[in-house]
Design a protein around this ligand. Structure first.
Ligand code: SAM
Ligand code: SF4
Length: 362
């Protein structure tokens, strides 16, 4: 049973954003539904709470990233207000992401506060995507806040490769974090970006390891987002190839399981676990898109793969009432595009979008 929690309403000095004004209660807004111009209902919000991270995964960030100035970042209570506004407008699933969400100071206060929407029945799921490095500290508190399932990103089981790929991450720390999450009662799904010449030789090991621990596994195609040192096309691995390879050694059964996200699932008969494929490049899944993404500065991206966005920080901070904020969200949803234009092509010099993944959240 979740404990009743009051929303974060006191003026606080946020460790990242600095002193902020006390927020207005946003949950007085009328309940409504967000439907985009293509008839898709938006019921899933992915909220990036920081663009910072303790890792520098080579396909996600460049080595010397410039992070957002702290004064531009929304305080925890502003993030709560915005999330609450979206929940009032029909969001049923809220995923906290980043950057690495668990490196933001006091982030558990936000989870605990948002947990009240689960208790009230206004939200079906509060969840998290994490690199796992801070889970030993936070797993139990996440469960207490109402989180039941999390995604942990892990691309290799080889400690040396892991250190290189994350530019100094510690695999043991992540493994201990996954263990802590399972001990706390959280269901863990592993997300693995398929990388040619890096983890393509580990596919069987990952399937076996997930089977042994009782974890589902999802492979993701690398997306051309943000400039980086290497050319992503060099290690882009189409999941059609990965799947064909897996089918030579494992029995993949059809599954109609849907997690509310873009993954298409199969069941591996030998392990009994689910295997998901997120294929933005080889099999565009935009027609069923039910989500929008909010950055830690209050920019609402209606599509991960497009540049158009709406600034919600202004109506949040300029004293506008809940109706004005709600109208700004509606206007943004009316601009949700049909889909992304990701192409992985050697001849294409610039990435499809200049933002790195850590800005919008994966
Ligand atoms: N730091 C957390 C983590 O790694 O899980 C949350 C944020 S991270 C940006 C979210 C997800 O995006 C991770 O699973 C990561 O592997 C994935 N990702 C990052 N850059 C990507 C890219 N260019 N293409 C595909 N997936 C990417
Ligand atoms: Fe950090 Fe996640 Fe990006 Fe890796 S993928 S650099 S862990 S934000």
């Amino acid at each position: 049973m979740l404990k009743r929690v009051e929303p974060i309403t006191e003026p606080t000095t946020d460790p990242i954003a600095g002193p902020q004004a006390a927020p207005v209660q946003a949950n007085t807004m009328p309940a409504s539904t967000m439907v985009d111009p293509f008839g898709r209902t938006v019921s899933y919000l992915r909220l990036s709470v920081t663009d910072r991270c303790d890792f520098r995964c080579t396909y996600c960030m460049s080595e010397d990233m410039t992070f957002l100035p702290k004064k531009e970042v929304l305080s925890l209570e502003e993030l709560d207000r915005l999330s609450t506004a979206f929940i009032a407008k029909g969001v049923r699933k809220l995923r906290i992401t980043g950057g690495e969400p668990l490196v933001r100071r006091d982030i558990l206060k936000l989870f605990t506060s948002l947990g009240r929407h689960l208790e009230a029945g206004a939200l079906d799921e509060l969840t998290l995507t994490t690199n796992g490095s801070q889970l030993t500290r936070h797993a139990a508190a996440l469960y207490a806040a109402g989180v039941r399932r999390i995604n942990v990103s892990l691309d290799t089981l080889d400690a040396g490769k892991f250190r290189k790929l994350t530019r100094n991450g510690n695999l043991d720390q992540v493994m201990a974090g996954i263990d802590a999450a399972l001990q706390a009662g959280l269901a863990v799904k592993i997300n693995t970006v398929a990388l040619r010449g890096i983890n393509d030789v580990e596919v069987d090991d990952l399937i076996r390891w997930c089977g042994d621990l009782g974890l589902d596994l999802t492979f993701i195609e690398v997306m051309p987002m943000g400039e980086m040192e290497a050319d992503r096309a060099d290690y882009y691995l189409p999941l059609s190839v990965v799947r064909g390879d897996i089918q030579k050694r494992w029995t993949l059964e059809e599954s109609d399981h849907r997690s509310g996200g873009p993954a298409r699932y199969m069941r591996i008969a030998e392990t009994g676990r689910r295997l998901g494929f997120i294929t933005p490049l080889t099999n565009n899944f935009c027609e069923g898109c039910n989500r929008v993404r909010l950055t830690c500065t209050g920019q609402l991206y209606m599509c991960l793969g497009q540049q158009d966005m709406a600034d919600l920080r202004r109506p949040l901070r300029d004293g506008s009432n809940a109706e004005t904020l709600s109208a700004a969200i509606d206007e943004a949803i009316s601009r949700k595009p049909k889909g992304h234009d990701f192409v992985m092509d050697k001849r294409r010099q610039a990435p499809a979008v200049p933002r790195h993944m850590n800005v919008t959240g994966g």
